[in-house]
Design a protein around this ligand. Structure first.
Ligand SMILES: Cc1ncc(COP(=O)(O)O)c(C=O)c1O
Length: 354
C-alpha cells in the first residue's frame, strides 16, 4: 500500500534541531525564584517597584491560566504551551524542529496561509500537496512527498478556507505513516461537531494540536494561542519561547473570559445557527454556484464571478474574503458569520444583487 508506515519508528530526539538541543535556555528572574504568594521584597528583575498593577513581569509559565485551561480541556498542564497567538506557537514549531535550508514541511492547499509564510521566514522548504477536490487529504501524494528531511505536516481541521473537517480516518492514517510531527490546527474546532484531537494525544506521540482564543472564545485582541502535545514536545518549545511571551493583561483577560464559559457556549450556538441560516439564504441566490459544508464560523461560497461580487459587496459596505486565487477555490468568496442583524443585512444586500 502507498500509505504504509515508514520503516523507522517515531523518535522525537531525531527531530529536534541540533542548536536547540545544545542551547542553554534563558532563565528569567521569575523562573529562578517562583513566588509562593507570601510577602517578599522582589529586587531581582529590575522592575519599577512602585505598584500600578502592571509594574511586575507576568508569570513566564502562565500557571494560573494553564491550570484553568487544563481543567476545562481535561488535559495535564505539562502538555500545554501558550503563545502570543497561535501564529507564535506555529513559529516556535518551525524554530524547534526545522533546520533552515535543509528541512522541509508539507502543507495541503487550500489552507491557512501562515504555514507557508512561516516556512519562508524560517528558510524551510514547503512542499505543497493539493487536497482532493472535495477538500480531503490526498494521502497517497502526501506519503510520496515525505522524505528524511520532512519534519512537520500541517493540517487545518476544520479547514480554512474550505470550512470542512478533515475525516478522522485520514488523520489517523497520516499519524500512522508519518514519523515527523503532524500539526492539527484546530482554530475553528469549537464550531464543529467533531471531537478535538487533544483526546488522542496519549495514543500518538507525533501529534501536536493548536487552538486559539481568537475565534470561538471571542478574544482575537488579546493574542492567545494554545499548543497541546506530549510533555516532551512541550518541554522543547518551552526551552525556546521568549520568557514572557504571554503578557499580564492577556493572562488576566483570558482568565476572566473562561469564567464566562456559558456565554462562550451561547455565542457558539448562535453562530452555528446563523451559519445554517446564511447557507440556506445563499443557496437560493442565482449567482451562487455552490455553498460548501462548513464546521467553522465562516462559509466558502462559489459564485459566478468572485471579483465582481466582491466589489459589489464592498460597495454595499460588506467586506468578505476573496479566495479565488487559492487552490481549488476559483470564484470562491469566504463569508465570516456575523451577528444575527449583520447577517440579515447581508442577506438583504445579496438579494439585491442581480
Ligand atoms: C486556521 C488558523 N489558524 C490560526 C489562525 C491564527 O490564530 P491566532 O489569532 O491565534 O494567531 C487563524 C486565523 O485566521 C486561522 O485561520
Amino acid at each position: 500500500m502507498s500509505t504504509e508506515k515508514k520503516s523507522s519508528p517515531f523518535n522525537l530526539q531525531r527531530l529536534i534541531r541540533e542548536n536547540v538541543r545544545k542551547m542553554t535556555p534563558y532563565s528569567s528572574a521569575r523562573d529562578e525564584y517562583v513566588s509562593d504568594g507570601s510577602e517578599k521584597i522582589f529586587l531581582d528583575a529590575n522592575e519599577n517597584p512602585f505598584e500600578n498593577g502592571l509594574n511586575r513581569y507576568p508569570d513566564p509559565r502562565q500557571r494560573n491560566l494553564k491550570s484553568e485551561i487544563a481543567s476545562r480541556k481535561g488535559i495535564n498542564e505539562n502538555k500545554i504551551l501558550l503563545g502570543n497567538g497561535s501564529d507564535e506557537v506555529l513559529d516556535l514549531l518551525f524554530r524547534a524542529f526545522c533546520e533552515p535550508a535543509k528541512d522541509k514541511v508539507i502543507t495541503v492547499p487550500p489552507t491557512y496561509g501562515m504555514y507557508g509564510v512561516l516556512a519562508s521566514l524560517n528558510d524551510v522548504e514547503n512542499t505543497k500537496v493539493e487536497m482532493n477536490p472535495d477538500f480531503t487529504l490526498n494521502l497517497r501524494k502526501i506519503n510520496e512527498a515525505v522524505d528524511v528531511n520532512t519534519k512537520l505536516i500541517f493540517v487545518c481541521s476544520p479547514n480554512n478556507p474550505s470550512g470542512n473537517s478533515i475525516p478522522v480516518e485520514q488523520i489517523e492514517a497520516l499519524l500512522g505513516f508519518f514519523n515527523g510531527l503532524v500539526v492539527i490546527d484546530e482554530a475553528y474546532i469549537d464550531f464543529s461537531e467533531q471531537r478535538s484531537w487533544i483526546e488522542s494525544l496519549k495514543e500518538y506521540p507525533n501529534l501536536v494540536v493548536t487552538q486559539t482564543f481568537s475565534k470561538a472564545y471571542g478574544m482575537a485582541g488579546i493574542r492567545l494561542g494554545l499548543c497541546f502535545a506530549s510533555e516532551e514536545v512541550i518541554t522543547i518549545l518551552n526551552r525556546i519561547k521568549p520568557p514572557y511571551n504571554v503578557n499580564e493583561l492577556t493572562q488576566r483577560k483570558a482568565m476572566d473570559r473562561l469564567q464566562n464559559w456559558d456565554l462562550i457556549q451561547e455565542e457558539i450556538d448562535i453562530l452555528r445557527s446563523e451559519r445554517e441560516k446564511l447557507k440556506k439564504a445563499m443557496a437560493s441566490l442565482p449567482f451562487v454556484k455552490q455553498v460548501y459544508h462548513s464546521d467553522a464560523n465562516f462559509i466558502l461560497v462559489k459564485v459566478d464571478n468572485a471579483d465582481k461580487r466582491y466589489e459589489e459587496l464592498l460597495n454595499q459596505g460588506f467586506i468578505v474574503r476573496n479566495r479565488t486565487n487559492q487552490a481549488l477555490c476559483s470564484n470562491g468568496l469566504r463569508f465570516t458569520i456575523g451577528t444575527p442583524s449583520e447577517n440579515d443585512r447581508l442577506i438583504t444586500a445579496l438579494n439585491k444583487m442581480k
